[in-house]
Design a protein. Structure first.
Length: 385
């Protein structure tokens, strides 16, 4: 893992794209936004004026895009503060306070954007197939956080839920990182498989702003228990796949088919990967018929786990047939139900699937799949195709 200073000197496309998709959000306090809300917003505590925030953002963008040093950022910060007449900010008035505040702004944005870019790179399906393990790397030499140090060298399956709350940085000034590993590298390290995820417990955090109580993993500072870039990457993937153009829909279909056929989906099916998984693409010409507002059908881990418990006869191979069901199945609509029922017989087995639109109308969740004893729809159902 490169040192933190080296990170800052080597910006990359995913890092810059993550930072530039943020919106400027005025704020009074550092905790006005919480956890992955920072994936969508650029904030500087106390910076409430649009022109001030825009100038500060430009300085950070310059640092990321051009590898500007902390010293150069401090020079720009001084000019911005004088130009915009910003006073009353925390750290103002002393050399030490100015040094501390500029370092916090600079390092927080550089670290989170770097690790957000790394998340996008490391969760690429091709990368996860070739390098299916992630190793935690502790980098702080002086005044190390003891739990962070204890995680050094920890190897878990790529995308393991533990990383969702322990993806660096795990607090102000955290220098930790994560690197990928191939199967051969894992074996060379003397392991026959990944480690067990540590269970260090949690601590209770009470917000002095809202009074809300949250459980935070020990070793992770409140508000840092998320993976920078994870929610932004999921949104970006959904946006890329959710094109209405026929050509792009074809590309989306190939991408989703590759994902469903991959080991990543097998791990999702086994419960090793949490969240939601793109499982099929609805052809654009059929979106209205199927009651779908987008192309992508998502399967949530919670729905999958509950459904497997109710229908243990359904396996991984069955779920990999979902695209065929949507393409070739008979589609029915029940009165008073926005969803669609789809029947299809494959190799002598009749499947019934249910496709239902989410309340926001933006995404679809593939909710149920099971083997049906009959291909007859419920009484009163209207056939659409």
């Amino acid at each position: 893992m490169p040192t933190v200073n080296a990170m800052f000197r080597r910006p990359f496309a995913e890092q810059l794209a993550y930072f530039r998709q943020k919106q400027n959000v005025p704020s009074e306090r550092w905790d006005d936004l919480w956890r992955d809300e920072h994936d969508k917003a650029f904030v500087v505590a106390g910076a409430a004026k649009a022109d001030l925030l825009a100038d500060l953002r430009a300085a950070v963008d310059d640092a990321i895009a051009n590898g500007q040093s902390l010293g150069e950022f401090r020079r720009q910060f001084k000019g911005i503060v004088a130009k915009r007449g910003w006073t009353g900010w925390t750290g103002e008035g002393t050399k030490a306070g100015n040094a501390w505040r500029t370092r916090v702004i600079y390092k927080t944005n550089m670290d989170t954007s770097y690790m957000a870019g790394r998340w996008q790179q490391m969760t690429d399906p091709d990368v996860m197939r070739a390098r299916p393990y992630w190793r935690y790397v502790h980098n702080t030499i002086e005044h190390p956080r003891l739990l962070h140090k204890s995680w050094d060298g920890l190897v878990l399956a790529a995308g393991h839920p533990w990383f969702h709350a322990h993806w660096p940085p795990n607090g102000w000034g955290c220098n930790c990182g994560v690197e990928t590993m191939s199967r051969r590298q894992l074996e060379r390290s003397g392991r026959s498989g990944p480690d067990s995820a540590p269970n260090d417990g949690t601590v209770e955090h009470v917000s002095d702003r809202t009074g809300e109580v949250a459980e935070v993993p020990k070793g992770v500072q409140p508000g840092w228990d998320y993976a920078p870039g994870k929610s932004a990457a999921e949104t970006a993937v959904a946006a890329r796949l959710n094109r209405l153009d026929t050509v792009e829909a074809g590309i989306a279909r190939r991408n989703v088919n590759d994902l469903v056929d991959s080991d990543l989906f097998a791990r999702f099916f086994a419960g090793e990967v949490q969240g939601e998984f793109p499982i099929a693409v609805v052809p654009p010409v059929e979106r209205e018929m199927l009651g779908a507002e987008s192309l992508i059908v998502l399967l949530s881990q919670s729905s999958l786990a509950a459904h497997i418990e109710r229908h243990p006869e359904i396996g991984l191979a069955d779920y990999r047939r979902v695209q065929a069901l949507l393409d070739r199945g008979a589609v029915y609509r029940r009165e008073g139900d926005d969803g669609r029922l789809i029947y299809l017989t494959v190799d002598g087995v009749t499947y019934r699937a249910a496709l239902k639109r989410t309340k926001d109308g933006q995404r679809n969740y593939f909710l149920t799949l099971f083997r049906s004893k009959t291909d007859s729809p419920p009484p009163g159902a209207e056939r659409l195709r």
